[in-house]
Design a binder for this molecule. Structure first.
Ligand code: 4AD
Ligand code: MG
Length: 480
């Protein structure tokens, strides 16, 4: 007898006399109807038990949450709402789930708050919302690799433990094997890192960019897709301490090529899920529609989830310089109080997420690429423009998210890069290998970083980044 997944059975073109299907019971109604799910699809298959001919002990163990193996026949469904169902011949209980215990968990089939689900992150993927989000996350990850592979990029694995600070922001998790209570000290009384595991100070990577640059300058087009770590103490719905980043890097490509690449890439991965994950998207779209109904009219979304995805795919991203954006923000009245929480009063100020979202959602009403930022609010490696004030940076802003991509053309001139590092007190010894790239066959090159969780947020309509990664790490929180 052959085993089938729920998805295979639901999509089967033919009826099958003998099937085995294994999964977890979502509900058991009227001593007859099992709703079975195995994660292969958002949909459950209905399995109809002949209770008169089923052992009572087994009947009692068919409970929400239990793992079972069901043997039966795939027949045309008698009921409404499904094409096929399984006429059960035998139920084998693989793992019991005590109803009383289950009633304390999120497995209990009723509506739970997302906060409650987070407390049981080890179980939440058994809910429809999370299984849909995680299947979409997996699909998007595949779409990323597919896009780059089909466009001539090589995938490279950048190190997780590094000796450098790629963003120069000092927000790193230290990696050390020294005894925190009794570390070796040097003559001046400072911790002696030469005695540490690697013989120097090391940390978890904040970005694979610098190493990706070295590979782009040999392989031409590369990308990384790995975990990155930031010890920034921001407790927002868009920041994680551990997140996954996609970073392409391309030799001989300037900033405008970088914008073209990012736009084409974003459109491609979103198109992929529209085509391949219709059931999960439909479920999440409906979830948002229901949520909206509970809100006052003014707070409801103007677009459905699919419309939002289509909107990004079908429209050109608006390209706007930082200087133009500042002018717009200075002359805008964002809300009833007619002002932003943080006022943008002079050129050179960094944009806050309220400004980014205003530009995207209220002013341009489409994804926006902001470019040519003031040099002093951006990282050391960005290419200085001829005005010597701005750098060839770009941020892509998305509705509901704000910054989703950050990238730039890189400073390829050795002398300018050295000057910049000196001004920011970045020791040359730390990045000697990075500087050498500018010595041997330097060339224009560019790349960007996409925060994978922000992409998953956009694609699923989830509004808290903690709900799009299996086990979120945030300040004061690494429970699982
Ligand atoms: O703008 P960021 O800091 O840029 C870089 O790290 C560059 N090295 C990228 C490159 O050019 N190769 O980060 C890039 C993106 C952001 O736009 C955001 O989407 C995401 O990474 N990101 C975070 N996502 C979740 N939690 C955080 N704490 C994040 N910090 C950045
Ligand atoms: Mg950024």
């Amino acid at each position: 007898m052959k085993s089938y997944t729920v998805a295979e059975l639901l999509n089967s073109e033919t009826l099958v006399q003998e099937v085995i299907v294994k999964g977890w019971i979502r509900t058991f109604r009227a001593n007859r109807f099992i709703a079975l799910n195995d994660g292969s699809t958002i949909n459950n298959i209905q399995c109809v038990v002949d209770f008169e001919n089923t052992n009572e002990e087994i009947l009692n163990r068919i409970t929400t949450g239990a793992a079972v193996s069901i043997k039966g026949e795939l027949i045309e469904s008698q009921g409404k709402g499904q094409k096929v169902e399984v006429k059960v011949q035998e139920v084998t209980i693989l793992g019991d789930a005590d109803p009383e215990e289950v009633s304390k968990t999120i497995l209990q089939p009723k509506k739970h708050s997302l906060e409650f689900l987070r407390e049981q992150a080890h179980l939440r993927t058994r809910t429809n919302t999370f299984s849909a989000v995680m299947r979409l996350r997996s699909s998007l990850s595949f779409a990323v690799h597919k896009y780059f592979t089909e466009n001539g990029f090589y995938h490279m694995h950048t190190p997780i433990i590094t000796g450098s600070d790629a963003e120069g922001a000092g927000e790193m998790f230290r990696v050390t094997t020294l005894d925190p209570k009794n570390p070796p000290l040097d003559e001046e009384g400072n911790i002696d890192y030469s005695k540490d595991f690697f013989g120097k100070e090391t940390n978890l990577t904040v970005s694979g960019q610098l190493e990706a640059e070295t590979y782009a300058m040999a392989l031409g087009k590369v990308y990384t897709f790995g975990p990155t770590f930031r010890a920034e103490n921001s407790n927002t719905s868009r920041h994680l301490s551990e997140f996954w980043m996609i970073e392409p890097e391309v030799a001989f490509m300037d900033l405008s090529g970088n914008m073209d690449l990012a736009e084409d890439f974003m459109k491609s991965v979103l198109s992929y899920i529209l085509e391949h994950n219709p059931d999960d998207l439909a479920f999440l779209e409906n979830r948002l529609i229901q949520e909206d109904k509970a809100k006052p009219q003014a707070e409801r979304s103007e677009m459905t989830l699919t419309e939002k995805l289509r909107f990004v795919i079908d429209n050109n991203f608006k390209r706007v310089s930082y200087t133009e954006a500042i002018d717009i923000l200075r002359n805008s009245k964002p809300n009833k109080k007619k002002k932003f929480k943080y006022l943008i009063d002079e050129w050179g100020a960094d944009l806050q997420s309220e400004h980014e979202r205003f530009l995207v959602e209220k002013h341009f009403k489409c994804p926006v690429i902001l470019f040519d930022y003031p040099a002093n609010i951006k990282a050391f490696y960005m290419r200085l423009n001829e005005d010597e004030k701005t750098v060839r940076a770009m941020d892509i802003l998305f509705p509901g998210i704000g910054e989703i991509v950050g990238g730039s053309q890189r400073e390829e001139r050795l002398d300018v890069l050295k000057e910049k590092m000196a001004a920011l007190d970045i020791p040359e010894e730390e990045l000697w290998w990075y500087l050498e790239l500018r010595k041997y066959g330097t060339a224009v090159h560019s790349g960007f970083g996409l925060g994978f969780e922000r992409l998953v947020m956009f694609a699923t309509g989830m509004t808290n980044i903690k709900d799009v990664i299996p086990y979120p790490r945030t300040p004061q929180n690494a429970e699982f």
